[in-house]
Design a protein around this ligand. Structure first.
Ligand SMILES: C[S@@+](CC[C@H](N)C(=O)[O-])C[C@H]1O[C@@H](n2cnc3c(N)ncnc32)[C@H](O)[C@@H]1O
Length: 295
């Protein structure tokens, strides 16, 4: 069978080349160090950062995009009897909706302020199957759960191989990682022009995580969730204000609105801007896990 494939490839002139060996862990580490202008690789500084925005985090993430498709994909891999460890749970964007689909969730986070906001939401909603755990994923003993999830929380992990091994060891069945997949929305170049912003980050974090998983012998699969949010408003300036950086002046908003107008769609009486973002999902299944994983 293999020979037939090889002959067919040769007939089409396709050459098979040995794959270059890439040290994903090294590139990941170098990238984190290069991208650290605010010093958030230091846990203390990172905790201060989360303390400063914890109460506003939900509003900010809602404005920046959706995680609906990501949640749907994760939900399909879970079982009602599962226990879930949400690592870097933050204010519970994943913890709360997933708690409705599993037996119980442990929400681990290194920021007491993010956990405080999550605790308030748990109380208001009367959810009884979530417990909070304060600590850093790289040092706290990780309790075993059926599924371990780390969504948008590996950005401080300089020693990614060791952290991934720790997370995988805590997962009885599945380890799921959610991380960035680069995408540049059409209005971004306009913003870069007006506010002199650097070009949007094009680092496919989830692919490097996948690479590191393979480096440490953890077989994993990659998926991409396409998230869409439609911002609508009757007046273009209102949309421009929504998309603009917080510090934008009224004059800058007016300039942005003028450049944005030709790029918008009309939906009834509204102007609409469809904002797409992509999330990379990495799933590792324990080889000795019992039963079918993806039904
Ligand atoms: C971008 S937020 C993501 C929160 C949530 N998973 C979500 O998607 O909305 C990152 C969270 O990870 C937490 N975090 C970062 N490094 C951590 C670490 N080493 N151990 C535990 N939590 C960590 C931060 O405190 C923060 O709450």
């Amino acid at each position: 069978m293999e020979l037939v494939v090889e002959e067919k490839l040769q007939a089409t002139g396709v050459q098979t080349q040995p794959l270059p060996s890439v040290d994903f862990a090294k590139v990941w580490r170098e990238r984190l160090i290069a991208d650290n202008p605010k010093g958030r690789l230091d846990p203390e500084i990172d905790r201060r950062f989360w303390a400063s925005i914890a109460d506003d985090y939900d509003r900010q993430i809602e404005a920046s995009g959706s995680c609906k498709r990501t949640l749907e994909m994760i939900g399909r891999w879970l079982r009602p009897t599962d226990t879930l460890l949400d690592v870097g749970a933050g204010t519970g964007r994943f913890t709360l909706p997933l708690a409705a689909q599993v037996a119980s969730v442990t929400a681990l986070d290194d920021s007491p302020d993010m956990l405080r906001v999550l605790a308030q939401k748990i109380e208001v909603r009367g959810v009884s199957n979530i417990q909070l755990l304060h600590g850093a994923m790289e040092s706290i003993p990780l309790p075993e759960h059926d599924v371990v999830l780390a969504a948008w929380s590996l950005y401080r992990q300089l020693d990614l191989p060791t952290t991934l091994r720790r997370l995988a060891a805590a997962a009885r069945r599945l380890l799921i990682i959610v991380a960035g997949h680069p995408y540049t929305p059409p209005h971004r170049p306009l913003m870069e022009k007006i506010w002199n912003l650097p070009p949007k980050d094009a680092f496919p974090a989830y692919l490097y995580i996948l690479g590191v998983m393979h480096q440490v012998g953890l077989n994993a699969e990659a998926f991409v969730a396409r998230e869409m949010v439609c911002h609508r408003a009757k007046v273009v300036e209102t949309l421009a204000r929504k998309l603009a950086p917080e510090h934008a002046s009224p004059e800058e908003i007016r300039r942005f609105a003028a450049l944005l107008r030709p790029k918008l769609q009309r939906v009834g009486e509204d102007y609409a801007c469809v904002q797409v973002s992509l999330a990379g999902l990495i799933v590792h299944r324990r080889e000795d896990a019992f039963g079918p994983v993806f039904e």
